[in-house]
Ligand binder design. Sequence first.
Ligand code: FES
Length: 116
Amino acid sequence: MPSPNPAASGYYGRHIFFCLNERKNGEDSCAMHNAQEGFDRCKAKVKEAGLSGPGKVRVNKAGCLDRCAGGPVAVVYPEAVWYTFVDADDIDEIVESHLKNGEVVERLLLPADVGR
Ligand code: FES
């Protein structure tokens, strides 16, 4: 019988993907807006909090997610919540509020109409 909770059937409870795309032609991309630093910070904080691993949280690199105008961007599943972030404090809040406690960080939400 299918589970009503998508997270219950997944290998990870939550999965966050960071766009780390870098365009060689000099066009704007998340890599030009400290995406790598955000990814590294998130990975370290998740590990430090004991949140990483099966049944818990996985932090992954991604290529372009096609929402470049809001970059740097990250998306959390299974909720499919999109974030844009600026600094380490933003990442820490995403880890503490959303990845740990399931509470969406409203102030960092990527507006629905932001695309490429
Ligand atoms: S370059 Fe990051 S979403 Fe496209």
